[in-house]
Design a protein around this ligand. Structure first.
Ligand code: PLP
Length: 371
């Protein structure tokens, strides 16, 4: 049993084969255009560019915000490596910021401290990549004004948060620009893909141009910029359109799975669930728990593994990753503590009630068998 397996069926098959039969195989086509308008409709913004991955979307979002060699870019330390890697692709330097305990996302207080440090050193960061972890948004009303005050661009890494909300505003549209991922383990998938979103249609066109090898409109392919081959194919966009139709249903199923875990595990001693603040409309992506005792957490991982069930500790913070050793960080131990005690449980929308019951049972009995 996997943590978050793709959930595809007859609708996806139908859309994919229709695109195939239409002859629009690659690169662009009507499904790509329609998929982009569907995503744009979710954000309420006019600009959406479908790309080969969420990482590619982050890379172009950073370039679009003018990030270049030698710049500093603030980024959540508690995240998947792609958030920080994209900063390095631009020749820029990540400056890591720790989480708060209420949402597990970037702490506004520590962000203020990081900005202040940069200001005093005469190195104001150019942009900030704020991550919506595990399908839950960060506290944008606290974070956005701190960045706006210093003209620092806010890139929302909503790779895990499609369909989530912040005070009824849609994830992805909470910063200056946003990105989503459709990797195989996300809440919906195109088997691999991502999208860049923007309130500025011209900025989106610029990203679309960079993503298609920066070809100027001339028959001989005139080039005035370094481009990328980052576009999503029409076939995969067709798959994405079917997934988008089913997104509300898939998110609902993940939330039901979370409720089932809560029903069984809420009274287990030393185990708590990821907090969901009242402003957060969580999409249910992954059910995450925290164990008071690290060795109990490790025992659960081992017991699930023995039953062929995938589970995974919470993200290892980037400031603790060897590849980012020495990078500046403003931290207070929150994400390190979550990494040492936290666990993601199987949460895919294809899981049945008996699958979830089996996982919950192993978790509960492992905790209870501990001395
Ligand atoms: C998955 C993910 C990405 C990268 O998306 P890909 O489509 O896999 O390239 C970026 N940031 C976060 C937080 C992610 O979870």
């Amino acid at each position: 049993m996997y943590l978050s397996a793709p959930d595809v069926g007859p609708l996806e098959r139908d859309y994919l084969l229709r695109a195939f039969d239409s002859g629009w195989i690659a690169p662009a086509g009507p499904d790509l255009t329609a998929f982009e308008s569907d995503i744009a409709a979710i954000t309420g913004w006019p600009g959406a560019v479908a790309l080969s991955s969420g990482t590619a979307a982050l890379h172009l979002a950073l370039l679009g915000c003018g990030v270049g060699p030698g710049d500093d870019v603030l980024v959540s330390t508690f995240t998947f490596a792609a958030s920080a890697n994209a900063i390095n692709y631009c020749g820029a330097n990540p400056v890591f910021v720790d989480s708060d305990a209420t949402s597990w996302n970037m702490s506004a207080a520590l962000l203020a401290e990081a900005i202040d440090r940069g200001r005093r050193a005469g190195r104001l960061p150019k942009a900030a990549v704020v991550v919506d972890l595990y399908g839950q948004t960060a506290d944008y009303d606290a974070i956005a004004p701190l960045l706006a005050e210093h003209g620092i661009a806010l890139i929302e890494d909503a790779a895990e948060a499609l369909g989530a909300t912040y005070k009824d505003r849609p994830a992805g549209a909470l910063g200056d620009v946003g990105v989503f991922s459709f990797n195989g383990n996300k809440i919906m998938t195109t088997s691999g893909g991502g999208v860049f979103v923007s309130p500025d249609a011209d900025a989106a066109d610029r990203v679309r141009y960079l993503a298609t090898q920066a070809r100027q409109p001339a028959v001989h392919y005139e080039h005035t910029d370094i481009g990328f081959n980052y576009r999503l194919s029409n076939l995969l966009a067709a798959l994405g359109r079917a997934q988008l139709e089913r997104l509300p249903q898939m998110s609902k199923r993940r939330l039901e799975i979370n409720q089932q875990y809560r029903d069984v595990l809420s009274d287990v001693d030393g185990l708590t669930f990821m907090p969901v603040p009242e402003w957060s409309g969580w999409n249910g992506w992954l059910t995450c728990v925290v164990l008071d005792d690290t060795t109990t957490r490790d025992a659960i991982v081992a017991a699930l593994d023995a039953a062929d069930i995938e589970s995974r500790p919470l993200w290892k913070p980037m400031h603790l990753q060897p590849v980012f050793a020495g990078a500046p960080v403003v931290e207070d131990g929150t994400s390190q503590d979550l990494f040492e005690h936290g666990l993601c449980l199987p949460s895919g929308s294809i899981l049945s009630e008996s699958d979830v019951a089996r996982v919950a049972d192993i978790v509960a009995s492992t905790v209870r068998s501990r001395p």
